[in-house]
Ligand binder design. Structure first.
Ligand code: A2P
Length: 344
């Protein structure tokens, strides 16, 4: 069945074009979020600070990081440097970070947030997300003894067979602790990541503060049409991570970015396949956060606001969807909060 593009998301994501800076979307709490940001997952640690600085110089005003990525300090340093240079003011840039799954238990949300807050050192955080609904056990690293220091814990606790050691904390409890962070004034918006529609609905019906976004894997091969339609109808945006489909680690999978027909489209619009793909996901109703540390590719990925895919080309792109998911976490599939066991 072909879904009709939700008009509301199209309208929200098509404000006036400013060639130099990215367009923004107004979130359900009134704050504005640029609809393109720089992803930093698996950015080379030695290169990340330079890359974030380059991105800001190019015009990116939205940077996505996470405690799990171990690069918050570098992101914060780069942003503070650009503020000191007078290129931006703090309020010009939108910085997202995320609560990792080992810190879902009461008491640890605040500790983990404080660590991310201190790492970034940016006066406030724009957006704090629950990284993943499945909680993990807290295991101390071999050389660590302090249960009060979040850096003492392993980020990916596994048993002797390599299976994730999950825990049992309701993500609603986590959400309520996230709400308190907003009340403290240190974070402006809170949201979700890797939540499915039922989990999103459960948070929406049991919260004082609504999530502003759900950050999920989204690219032409997993275009998330149903989740986008569902979320947009509830005033929750979708942020697309790995919007290019991680071309460098595709392992021979047929990604849209390598499709000869996408290459033909790229020629038609005088753009690159990556630009066609990012533009598609924006017109599909999501915010995109392509990762790159390469200055030319960062420029390329940012340069997608001077053209528009026609309806028929959007229809062609829609049918590339084959629900191909790059990030699956198979050893967590039996956990009650594993998000990818239902259709969307
Ligand atoms: P690099 O950092 O060397 O540019 P995704 O955001 O979908 O997870 O994809 C990230 C991967 O895609 C990274 O390996 C990145 O490599 C690469 N990449 C980023 N931008 C482009 C582009 N415009 N064309 C091709 N590959 C890209």
């Amino acid at each position: 069945m072909t879904l009709i593009l939700p008009t509301i998301s199209f309208l929200i994501l098509m404000p006036t074009i400013d060639a130099k800076l990215a367009q923004t979307i107004t979130l359900n709490n009134g704050y504005k979020m640029p609809i393109i940001g720089l992803g930093t997952f698996e950015s080379d640690p030695g290169d990340n600070e330079r890359a974030v600085g380059d991105a800001i110089a190019i015009g990116y005003r939205h940077i996505d990081t996470a405690y799990f990525y171990k690069n918050e300090k570098e992101v914060g340093n780069a942003v503070r440097t650009k503020i000191a240079e007078g290129l931006i003011k703090r309020e010009d840039i939108f910085v997202t970070t995320k609560l990792w799954s080992t810190f879902h238990e009461p008491g640890y949300v605040e500790k983990a947030f404080k660590r991310s807050f201190d790492n970034l050192n940016l006066t406030y955080i724009d957006l704090y997300l629950i990284h993943y609904p499945v909680p993990f056990q807290r295991l101390l690293k071999n050389d660590s003894f302090s249960v009060n220091d979040v850096s003492s814990f392993q980020l990916s606790p596994v048993d002797e067979n390599g299976n994730t050691l999950t825990a049992d904390v309701d993500y609603l409890i986590v959400w309520h602790a996230m709400e308190k962070l907003v009340e403290s004034g240190q974070v402006r918006s809170i949201g979700l990541s890797n939540f499915n529609s039922e989990q999103t609905e459960r948070v929406l019906s049991n919260s004082k503060i609504k999530p502003v976004t759900n950050q999920v894997e989204c690219h032409p091969n997993l275009n998330q049409r149903k989740l986008i339609e569902f979320s947009t109808a509830r005033n929750v945006t979708i942020t697309a991570y790995s919007p290019l489909g991680r071309p460098s680690s595709s392992n021979g999978k047929k990604l849209a970015i390598f499709d000869p027909k996408v290459l033909e489209l790229a020629k038609k619009y005088n753009k690159t396949p990556a630009q066609i793909i990012l533009r598609y996901t924006i017109q599909n109703g999501a915010i995109v956060i392509p990762k790159s540390t390469n200055k030319n590719r960062m420029k390329e990925n940012f340069n997608i606001f001077d053209f528009e895919l026609s309806n028929s080309d959007m229809q062609f792109m829609h049918q590339l969807n084959n629900n191909y998911r790059l990030f699956e976490y198979s050893s967590e599939k039996n956990h009650k909060y594993y998000p990818f066991n239902i259709e969307f």
